[in-house]
Structures are given as C-alpha cells and as structure tokens.
Design a protein around this ligand. Structure first.
Ligand code: NDP
Ligand code: BG6
Length: 515
C-alpha cells in the first residue's frame, strides 16, 4: 500500500481545516483525538508523557473525545498499563481538589496495544482498535515516538501505512536525538520524509516548551527598553549555561554514544541562542519565527577547536566522607571513554548585529549546582561619572540581564544605585522578577504539556524544522569530527565541582567573567 501522506498546507480541504484549527488554536470538539505513545513501557513515557497528558486532561485542554494508547513490545494488559501510569500521575495542579476522580476518568481512556515496531500488521491491529473508539467522527491521530532513534523510521513507515487517519490529521512527534551528525541526521530526515510530510513531523526539543524560554521573545519584542540595546553596540557577551548536580546515572550507555555536546548543546542550548540572536520575525507565525532562527544559525562562524574546552567528571569524596563515582565507573561506559560530560564553547555570529560578540555556552553534568540560565552582560558605561566608586574593576559596574530558566524561574537586571544615606556610595542591586513571588497562585505547566497541546492544535512554533536541524548539525559536526579524530582527552574535574579550570581560561581569553 502506498504511504498515506498529509496534504501540504493550503492544498486540500483537510489542510485548510488544519490551518483553521491552527488559527483558532482550538480543537474541533466533534472530532476525536487519539495519542498513541509508542515506547509506552519506557522511562520518558512514564516520567513525562503520561503525566503531561493527564495534566492537559485535568485542565480541560484535551478534546472531549480523546483516547490514549500505549504501544510497545512488552506484554501488558490495559489494567497493567493503567497501574503503571497511575504511579506517576500527580495532582500538582490543585492539591486541594480531589484529583482521584479525575485520575480514574483519565485512566479509563487509556488503553494498551502490544506490537512490534516494524510490523504493519501490529499497527493494523492498533488501527482497528482506534477505529472502535473513533466511530464515525473525524479522527485525528497523534503518534509520539518515545523510542530509540534507530527504530523511528520503522515506526513511521508502519504507522503511516497501517494506522494513519483516513479523515483527520496524522501527526508524529519525534524525540531527540535526531541523528549523531549532519549525515546521520540527514539520513533520518530522509527516511522519515519517505513516509511523512514535513507538516506531519513535530521534532521536539523540550527546552522550547519551558516557561522562561517562551518568555524570551515576549521580553525582547514587547518591551521598548530591550530591543534597542540588543546588539554588539551595547552587549559585551552572552552566556548560556546548563549545569546538573548529578551524573549520567542510569543513562551512561546512551550518553557515551552522544556526549554533552550532542546531548545538550547542539539542541537545547543552541535553540536558546537562536531565539536570543534572531532578528525580529515578521509575525508570530511558526514559519516566520523559524525562518529567523535558521538565518541566525546559518550566520554562525565555524567553531574552532581552540575555542572549546571538554571535560569529564572523576570520582570525588566529600569532606563528610560521601563518595561520588567517576563517569567511567558506570558499568555501561567503557573504562577508557573520553566522551565529554562537560563542554564550554565560545561562538560567534557573523552578522551586523552580533559581529565580535562572544556567545559562551557551557554545559556539564555532575557539577556543583543545577541550573539553566541565559546571562547578557552589557558594555561599560562610557565616561562613567561614578567609575571611582568601583575601584579598578569596571566589570563590577556592568549591567547584566539574567534569565533563569530553572530552577526558581526569574528574570533580573543588575543595576547600580546609590546606597541610601549621606555621602555617595554605590551598590549593585537586582530589579527582580521572581516568578514564584509574582505569580503566586500559578502552577507552571511542564514543557511536555505545552508541547503536546501544540501538536494537538497544529502549532509548530516550538518545534524544530528540518532546515533548522540541518543548520544546527552543520555547525557542530566539524567540531565533533575533529574532537573524535584527534582523540581530544577531556580535562578531568571532580564530581560536584565547578568544572574544568579550562572554562575560566577560555572565558578570560574573551574578557568574560562567568556569571
Ligand atoms: P527507553 O530506552 O526506555 O525506550 C523506550 C521503549 O522503547 C522501551 O521501553 C522499549 O519498549 C523500547 N526499546 C528500548 N530499546 C529498544 C531497542 N533497542 N529496540 C527496540 N525497542 C527498544 O527510552 P526512554 O523512554 O528513556 O526515551 C525515549 C526516547 O526519548 C529516546 O529517543 C530518548 O533518547 C529520548 N529522550 C529521553 C529522555 C529521558 O529522560 N528518558 C530525555 C530526552 C529524550 P519495549 O521493549 O516494551 O518495546
Ligand atoms: C535531556 C538530556 O534532553 O535533557 C538529559 O538528554 C538532561 O541528559 C535533560 O538531563 C535535562 O532536561 P531538564 O528539563 O531536566 O533540564
């Protein structure tokens, strides 16, 4: 049977209907919507996907007629799936309400189908079960590929041939990693394109679903005061920092094949950089935003090895006698592995706005804290009348805008002001927007909630387009090859430390002090 393809937007009644849904941001309440979680027995499904679906149901965002299917090879009954899911559903939205009833209602709509990933027959069986739920309503179907990437194409082929919707949309969410380099990512994209149109593919990067990341464009484009300063004229450097205070525990096998540059930098951090550096888009439409992100990525200068530091954590025993393992202590990691668990890179964007401004990215596991943040350091005030108040260290007087993505979401601006009292003494303080303080009653949705809802509504703004992915790999692939060919040994740093000292030298080379 020929693969069922999604019509291109604007070319068929279905595409027009999709477009209308996109415009209204709503879902046609007469139609049905099913979400099939492929790889339902796995870690991500349990930890993130089912809880996000429940939260959407709880808040009334799922269409009236919805069904959830778990699909994997493991043998499980509907009841066993429900038992498994129920352990991770939380009542985070309103602790006071009895969400037990809601959980029961939700679980009744969850079913399981055991099948192979490369079997059209298995997907035909799933199709029959979905049809039973859908009746004769318009049937919209979402497939969430929460499986290892080597089986993405098998599932795309079998599901598109045997379980595509015949009268509604069929959309497929693809989890990272999308390849290991430009070539493998191109092959994966090509493999998917044989069975799905680009319209149907939703490449997820969960960092784009985080509250603060959504707010980055709002901050830039809806406030008069930032955009005029947003260039080399006023900005001295930008830092994009990710750190975790735990190692690769439990995921060493996966991680050793990828390393921190592929796991965090090529996707999550580069997406933050693209949103921060892009030109103002024509509108908030997905294609307009993604066009600008691609332009920013394509303007980046090739990364030079001398602008890169790699590290790997080694074991450490704390003062109180607790010992923390080295990366290579993980049994699933070869003992001579040189895979980086830390990296720091100085990058440059070769365009009129950013020429010469260092963008420093830093990502590491097993460091001394857990945080993700963007720091924008402004230039010194020319002819600063108060320069003597800061001694010789004018860096202490620079303004800095910090967007703390997690934990404790916040946006703050470091400014100089006078300490109240006689005489003139200056002080650095923060103009501070603490989310927990300002939005006391608000629970922030998990990024998976926002992103799954966007898929249901057909909003692609927060998903990675194929050319964007290619641009990201084009930037990182030569560096990754060079590191591998030259077998660059990572600088070892103790578990729980601030990371390799090399990161400080690299920053100093560009006159940057880490925030
Ligand atoms: P798992 O390794 O838990 O795999 C999910 C399911 O896929 C398993 O339960 C198993 O189901 C099936 N599976 C596993 N290995 C194979 C294999 N070699 N061949 C065929 N089927 C296999 O993955 P996760 O749930 O951790 O992640 C799913 C996807 O999401 C992956 O692409 C991962 O890289 C990505 N991801 C995961 C994150 C996480 O925190 N876990 C974070 C970000 C992305 P069964 O045997 O029942 O068929
Ligand atoms: C995943 C990486 O994409 O993001 C993990 O594979 C990392 O290694 C995780 O731990 C971090 O996500 P978050 O949302 O916890 O910051």
């Amino acid at each position: 049977a020929p693969p069922a393809r999604q019509p291109q937007a604007g070319s068929s009644p279905q595409a027009q209907k999709d477009f209308k849904d996109m415009q209204t941001g709503g879902v046609d309440q007469d139609s049905t919507c099913s979400v099939t979680v492929v790889g339902a027995s796995g870690d991500l499904a349990k930890k993130k996907i089912f809880p996000a679906l429940f939260a959407l149901f709880y808040e009334g965002y799922l269409p009236k007629h919805f069904t959830i299917y778990g699909y994997a090879r493991s043998k499980m009954t509907n009841e066993q799936l429900r038992d498994m899911i129920s352990t991770t559903l939380t009542c985070r939205i309103d602790q006071r309400e009895n969400c037990g009833q809601k959980q029961e209602d939700f679980l009744k709509r969850c079913f399981y189908h055991a099948g192979q990933y490369d079997s059209e027959d298995s997907f035909k069986e799933l199709d029959a079960k979905l049809r039973e739920q859908e009746g004769d309503r318009t049937a919209n179907r979402v497939f969430y590929l929460s499986i290892p990437p080597n089986i993405f194409v098998d599932v795309a082929r079998c599901s598109s041939r045997a379980a595509s919707s015949s009268n509604g949309y069929t959309r497929v969410i693809v989890e990272k990693p999308f390849g290991r380099d430009l070539q493998s990512s191109g092959e994966l994209s090509q493999g998917l394109a044989e069975h799905l149109s680009e319209d149907q593919i939703y490449r997820i990067d969960h960092y784009l679903g985080k509250e603060l990341v959504e707010n980055l464009s709002v901050l830039r484009f809806s406030n008069l005061i930032f955009e005029p300063l947003w260039s080399r004229q006023f900005i001295r450097n930008v830092q994009i920092i990710f750190s975790e205070d735990f190692g690769t525990e439990g995921r060493g096998g996966y991680f050793d094949n990828y390393g921190i540059i592929r796991d965090i930098m090529q996707n999550h951090l580069l997406q933050l950089l693209a949103l921060l550096a892009m030109e103002p888009p024509v509108s908030l439409a997905a294609e307009d935003i993604r066009n600008e992100k691609v332009k920013a990525l394509r303007s980046m200068k090739p990364i030079r090895l001398e602008d890169v530091v790699v590290g790997q954590y080694k074991e450490h025993t704390s003062k109180s006698g607790v010992s923390y393992p080295a990366y290579t202590d993980d049994k699933t990691v070869p003992s001579n592995s040189i895979t980086p668990t830390f990296s720091c890179i100085a990058m440059f964007i070769d365009n009129a706005r950013w020429d010469g401004v260092p963008f420093l990215m830093k990502a590491g596991k097993a460091l001394n804290d857990k945080r993700a943040e963007i720091r924008i350091q402004f230039r010194h005030v020319p002819g600063n009348l108060y320069k003597n108040s800061f001694g010789t260290d004018l860096d202490k007087a620079t303004n800095e805008l910090v967007m703390r993505v997690q934990p404790d979401e916040a946006i703050y601006l470091k400014i100089n002001n006078k300490v109240p009292g006689l005489g003139v003494r200056l002080d650095r303080s923060n103009l501070n927007l603490q989310y927990a303080e300002r939005y006391k009653k608000k629970e922030f949705p998990d990024s998976y909630e926002r992103l799954i809802l966007d898929v249901i509504n057909g909003d692609k703004r927060l998903f990675i387009r194929d050319d964007e992915l290619a641009a990201a790999w084009k930037l990182f692939t030569p560096l990754l090859k060079e590191l591998e060919e030259k077998q660059v040994a990572p600088e070892l740093y103790p578990y729980g430390s601030r990371g390799p000292i090399g990161a400080h030298y690299l920053a100093a080379k560009y006159n940057v002090r880490w925030g």
